[in-house]
Design a protein around this ligand. Structure first.
Ligand SMILES: C[S@@+](CC[C@H](N)C(=O)[O-])C[C@H]1O[C@@H](n2cnc3c(N)ncnc32)[C@H](O)[C@@H]1O
Length: 238
């Protein structure tokens, strides 16, 4: 099943009471999509569906969102041995795509135990048993999680920045975790539906230099042209 971007953009009626959305970097309301309970429940249902009928569940932003990142990675002629971390791996489908493209040093983390179980099941079904899937809160990573050559994120920074507790603090902690986990000059590839290119440049600066904006579908509304999804490649300047 594929997903459009609307669910992560807003969840009607889910706004936080104080509506803390006024500052430049935080121009939308918080939502239940920023809570662990939400994702636990979602992946429990998807796990059950996977057991019942073999459906792997949501592919956030559609298959094309994985393909465009994989295609770009392939143009870089990187070793198939580079270590890649999928932040908030969900059902693990992005890791499966990378494994099918020859990458062998793959790790996925997610703070939802049901997601971890789903991803392990989905990957095992394809015989991909050497992909490491760990239950972990990316905002509190153990010090042992470090030195990755590449981190990928599809929809997780979006979810984290919807945290009803303190979206601004969550974003700051996300950037700090990323700096701990990536090796110097490592790559960070983010696909987001909540943040524009300009906002992402601001959030991940200083520390991350833009390498490439990956082309994504454009839409026009009221004479204004924009992107429904933004996909950027950054390099970590330690
Ligand atoms: C929109 S889903 C995207 C899932 C997957 N990346 C994909 O593209 O299908 C957001 C994911 O982020 C995970 N997540 C949210 N906050 C997290 C955190 N602090 N640490 C680890 N995972 C988190 C959720 O459990 C969920 O799997």
């Amino acid at each position: 099943m594929e997903n459009d971007t609307s669910a992560l953009k807003d969840a009607p009626g889910d706004s936080s009471e104080d509506g803390q959305n006024a500052d430049l970097e935080n121009d939308f309301t918080s939502s239940k999509l920023g809570t662990k309970d939400y994702w636990d429940e979602a992946y429990k249902r998807e796990l059950q569906t996977f057991h019942d009928i073999g459906d792997v569940g949501e592919i956030w932003f559609g298959e094309e969102s994985m393909d465009r990142v994989t295609r770009w990675i392939e143009t870089q002629n990187l070793s198939d041995d580079i270590s890649i971390l999928d932040i908030g791996t969900g059902n693990g489908m992005f890791l499966m795509e990378l494994a099918k493209n020859g990458f062998r040093n793959l790790t996925g983390i997610d703070y939802s135990p049901a997601s971890v179980e789903l991803a392990r099941n989905v990957l095992r079904e394809e015989g991909l048993t050497d992909i490491n899937i760990e239950e972990m809160d990316f905002l509190n990573p153990p010090s042992s999680l470090s030195s990755f050559d590449m981190c990928i994120d599809k929809g997780t920074f979006d979810a984290i920045s919807l945290s009803p507790e303190d979206g601004q603090q969550a974003k700051t902690r996300y950037v700090a975790s990323l700096k701990q986990i990536l090796r110097p000059q490592g790559l960070f590839i983010i696909t987001s539906c909540n943040w524009t290119k300009e906002q992402l440049l601001q959030i991940f600066s200083p520390g991350f230099e833009l390498v490439k904006e990956l082309p994504t579908p454009r839409f026009q509304f009221g004479g204004v042209t924009g992107n429904s999804v933004t996909a950027l490649v950054f390099r970590f300047q330690a």
